[in-house]
Write a protein that binds this ligand. Structure first.
Ligand code: F6R
Length: 584
């Protein structure tokens, strides 16, 4: 959940580390810190709260580390912020992950005379390195031996006051090495260094890098040197910047004009290959978390309607309960923007344990999930920096829709449908923008929102509710149209905003549910292709049949964005959230 950076540069390493950190801010923003060389010692700067827009560093050549934190161990304080120093202050470490045996290691180090200044598990690492260096090990070897003592997950970068090299390693948390012309980076994610490096090396678990004049790679467990492939990333720095938009959320939401179509422009053969895996599987499970899970719920309806096929949809975090039903012939389709969500990785590991096949639908190239999967379909959405998923959701829906059509033998129809939705997305975004802003100003003080939809529009209600609550902090709940009256309707009172997703297929029944709400004084916001006398407010969204979920969510993404802006909240970084949830 944290963002980590290590930089090795001829000059300005501290400023470069800060700039890289700024691009990882979406990974955590409780507190931050930078470590850099100040003469022969290491200077550390730590602050609580969000990163400032800029920060000037007087010194900092050679090597620097930076960290943005999403607290897991210990409160949000300067002492708990990273980087953490060894007792002798010669070693600094930034870490993302959780050290499960930290209590035991802490006692071990205390027994050797070490003391601790924070409540974090991370502080163990620089002190273990100091201990091993004290026993005569080199910096690199001391890092390796320290990591061998750790149970749990880590992405780590370590620097030493007396060395010109950085050591970086991973096990279970993301870390990628960026090789620039005049600099080398280790970072949690590629956008951190896109302005300096496009050549990357993805580390696998238990691999480490020694970054100096060049990058060398080693196995953490054996110490053996490794040959690693250098890959070229196709994301641009512009894609990782806000440009003319005030927030990434608005930028990414607007990009859906292009990303929906790009999602189904796949390399030759991959969609056909995955659809034949689906057809031949003995049981198909779709797994994901949060927004990606909602895309999976949508896929259950789509596969049932289009491919006449039952698929199972399970929250990734609950998937282990299905382990005994997994066989060699079972197919697990893991859907994840980041490809780093711990619960999703855990579900995939459960599947692999049972020798089931795994297909992933992922946005981030080189992510852990891509490396655990038998086949991967890339979403092609470009970097999604805002903590909220917007464009990745509609890309997931587009890919899942196409897969269902291909399974049904209707490839051309599937492509045409997605392309129709993609073309109309521009119109829906343009026509909904001003009304969403106006409506947000009117509803910003609401206490609750209820959202209802039937059939394919039910997952849209779930996703719409998630968007509203996570960014505006207004309570929102999504229901299948008929469910509200089985209890929650007791909460509906005069003026409460209720969003009704209606389609040609569901209109008669969902309108009777809307009527039940209206009779109790609800303020009805309709998402439909046709106006209706029940609607107090109306977003027109063209009817595109099975592709309806792709378009129906757009006005609510816009409404959620404007609710946050009206409430003077930062839509890109909602409280308590981080983009990649790398803890279980
Ligand atoms: C909501 C949101 C989260 C993610 C969830 C899964 O806007 O972003 O609910 O969808 O944490 O993340 P990925 O898709 O990266 O596995």
């Amino acid at each position: 959940m944290c963002g980590i950076v290590g930089v090795l540069a001829e000059k300005n390493a501290a400023s470069m580390a800060f700039a890289a950190l700024k691009r990882l801010e979406y990974r955590g923003y409780d507190s931050w810190g930078v470590a850099f060389k100040g003469g022969k010692s290491i200077e550390v700067l730590k602050k609580t709260g969000k990163l400032p827009e800029s920060f000037s560093f007087q010194a900092g050549s050679g090597t620097a580390l930076a960290h943005t934190r999403w607290a897991t161990h210990g409160k949000v304080t300067e002492a708990n912020a990273h980087p953490h120093l060894s007792n002798d202050k010669t070693i600094a470490v930034v870490h993302n992950g959780i050290i499960e045996n930290h209590e035991e290691l802490k006692h071990f180090l205390e027994g050797k005379g070490f003391s601790f200044n924070s409540e974090t598990d991370t502080e163990i690492i620089p002190n273990l390195i100091q201990l091993f260096m004290g026993e005569g090990q080199s910096f690199k070897e001391a890092v390796r031996l320290s990591l061998k003592k750790i149970d749990g997950s880590y992405a780590v970068v370590a620097m030493h006051a007396g060395e010109r090299e950085l050591v970086a390693a991973r096990n279970g948390s993301p870390l990628v090495i960026g090789l620039g012309k005049h600099s080398i980076f280790a970072a949690s994610d590629v956008p951190a260094f896109l302005d300096h490096a496009k050549k990357v090396v993805y580390l696998n678990d238990f691999e480490m890098a020694l970054l100096g004049k060049k990058a060398e790679f080693f196995d953490v467990l054996t110490g053996k040197q490794l040959e690693k492939d250098v890959e070229e990333v196709n994301w641009s720095i512009e894609q990782a910047q806000k440009g003319e938009f005030p927030h990434f959320m608005l930028k990414e939401l607007n990009e859906q004009r292009f990303t929906i179509k790009k999602a189904v422009q796949q390399p030759k053969g991959i969609i056909e290959k995955v659809s034949s895996m689906i057809k031949n599987a003995k049981g198909v499970f779709f797994v994901g978390c949060g927004t990606s899970y909602h895309a999976c719920v949508s896929s259950a309806y789509i596969f049932s309607h289009v491919a006449k096929m039952h698929v199972n949809v399970v929250l990734a975090s609950e998937f282990r309960n299905y382990e005994e039903f997994l066989e060699k012939e079972t197919l697990v389709i893991a859907v994840s923007q980041s490809g780093e969500t711990a619960d999703v990785l855990d579900a995939v590991k459960t599947a692999k344990k049972r020798s089931s096949k795994v297909v992933s639908i992922v946005n981030v190239m080189g992510s852990s999930l891509t490396r655990l999967s038998d086949e991967t379909i890339m979403m092609n959405s470009g970097p999604e920096i805002c903590v909220l998923s917007t464009k990745s959701y509609t890309s997931q829906l587009a890919i899942l829709l196409l897969l269902a059509y291909v399974v049904a033998g209707k490839q051309v129809e599937g492509h045409e449908l997605v392309e129709k939705a993609a073309a109309l997305s521009q119109k829906v975004i343009d026509e909904s923008s001003a009304p969403a802003k106006e409506l947000a100003a009117r509803l910003k003080n609401s206490r609750d929102f209820f959202l209802i939809g039937r059939d394919l529009a039910f997952p849209s209600a779930l996703e719409g509710a998630l968007k509203i609550k996570e960014v505006s902090y207004i309570h929102a709940e999504g229901f299948a149209g008929a469910e509200l009256k089985h209890g929650t309707i007791a909460l509906v009172e005069e003026g409460i905003p209720c969003i009704v997703f209606s389609t040609d297929q569901t209109r008669p029944l969902i309108m009777s549910n809307a009527q039940e709400l209206k009779s109790r004084g609800a303020f009805i916001i309709g998402i439909d292709s046709k106006p209706n006398k029940l609607f107090d407010y109306f977003f027109r969204v063209e009817e595109v049949g099975n592709a309806n979920p792709i378009l129906m969510i757009l006005p609510i993404q816009l409404l959620a964005y404007h609710l946050a802006v009206e409430k003077k909240l930062d839509p890109d970084k909602p409280r308590n959230l981080a983009k990649s949830v790398t803890v279980k």
